[in-house]
Design a protein around this ligand. Structure first.
Ligand SMILES: Cc1cc2nc3c(=O)[nH]c(=O)nc-3n(C[C@H](O)[C@H](O)[C@H](O)COP(=O)(O)O)c2cc1C
Length: 172
């Protein structure tokens, strides 16, 4: 494949990434999961401290308990897997940044395998409650999750976007 074809294919994958929140009842294949783990490993992170962990949850009861918590992660309930991103630096700003990078990479790695995903955020006291459900220490918080699964029929909707001129401006 030549460079232009590869670039076109990759750009089209990037532009085609949409949040998927309804999932088919179908497990994820082991090779796709392995790829996602490896992409997590190679994700860029603050100062390359690698002070993060991702808990990979497939247990339906646990996914449902997390989905029931206060926040915007209800889609975990029907996901084939949930990635719970724990960032362990003492700066919340850096943690939030790392979580965003890792979440996006998980979504992209899933997307190239035809697997849909969505970020989900937990709110307020649900962040400590999630840590408790997952058996983590009392000092832990869980803010960012990614729900993953093959898209259910009609699940590929996705929001519209403003014109590029509104979002990217050439500085003169
Ligand atoms: C920081 C951040 C937090 C997000 N939190 C949630 C969330 O809690 N629940 C959810 O369903 N989607 C969440 N999303 C996904 C966005 O809603 C989604 O990217 C946006 O609606 C665009 O969707 P589209 O790419 O499918 O058009 C989050 C995205 C980001 C970047």
């Amino acid at each position: 494949m030549n460079t232009t074809t590869r670039a076109n294919e990759f750009i089209s994958l990037l532009k085609g990434l949409r949040a998927v929140r309804q999932f088919a009842d179908k497990p994820l294949p082991a090779d796709a999961v392995r790829d996602i783990y490896d992409v997590i490993r190679w994700s860029g992170n603050a100062s390359n401290r690698q002070a993060f962990q991702v808990l990979w949850v497939e247990d339906r009861a646990t996914l449902r308990r997390l989905a029931d918590l206060k926040g915007y992660a209800k889609h975990l309930a029907g996901a084939a897997a949930g990635a719970v991103i724990l960032s362990l630096l003492d700066s919340d700003e850096l943690n939030a940044f790392d979580e965003g990078r890792i979440a996006e990479r998980i979504m992209l790695a899933a997307h190239v395998h035809g697997i849909g995903s969505s970020i989900g955020w937990l709110r307020d006291e649900a962040r400590r409650e999630a840590a408790r459900i997952l058996g983590l220490g009392p000092e832990r918080l869980v803010r960012t999750t990614v729900s993953l699964g093959y898209p259910a029929e009609g699940a590929l909707r996705g929001g519209r976007r403003k014109p590029v001129e509104d979002l990217v401006k050439r500085y003169r």
